[in-house]
Design a protein around this ligand. Sequence first.
Ligand code: HEM
Length: 241
Amino acid sequence: MNKNTATKKRWVAGWKVRHLMVIAFGIAGTYAFLESRAQWSEMHRWNRAIGDMSLLMIAMSMAIGPLSRLFSVFRGTTPWRRELGIYGVILAVVHTAIILVGWVNWDLMRLFGYEFHPAGLYVMVNQGFGMANVIGIIALVYGLVLALSSSDWSQRKLGGPVWKFLQQGAYVLWMLMVVHTAYFLYFHFQDYHRSVPDPNWLQVPFAVLVSSVVALQISAFIKTWRLRRNRTRSEEQPLAG
Ligand code: HEM
């Protein structure tokens, strides 16, 4: 190896560095979200800050694939997908635990929109809350399957096609998360029986984030389709001629 090649060699973060950096990013981001809404009650502040950071990390993990297909400068970022996804799902587990303990007090019927009536039975009071939580639970199950299969060991054990099939579930997870978050950001607090809290400042950034990830996915899809079409055409050319 000559001197030039040695100096041109890019630094690639090992898995331990990636884990540490993603953990530090998760803590710093959660802290920033917490501070940005200091006026809210503790449970809502923590619950939302952790949910938001989970969404951001999974969105970044989703964006890396299309970004590296569209721009060669992002090619080195592919390994970060895994750690961002894993810690995003861990934060979603903490977010769920806060809701179970701090919001519904382990009363699972309340999680699905029911409240206990003094007459001695559960009555449905909040269909939207129940539906959004069901969507969140399905997203979490998907997320856990993806996070648990995000290792070289499980990739080897499951084999290429099965592993790939599981990982493609990331798109389903992403869509479920988007619907779940949109409900709480735009709908849930609009008909609050007490004073309506200030609108969450995340409403606009969330719309921008989701549109950007979708735009990247569509652009990468079109680029891959064009490349494949051109390759097929050039392979067919000699036969046609
Ligand atoms: C992958 C899984 C999940 C992700 C990424 C996620 C993410 C989010 C996000 C980003 C918000 C909006 C926070 C804000 O208003 O700033 C949110 C709100 C909420 N989520 Fe989730 N969530 C997930 C799973 C769940 C599950 C399983 C439940 C219920 C068991 C749940 C219940 C809630 C509730 C009740 C809120 C309203 C929070 C509040 O206003 O304090 N989420 N979630």
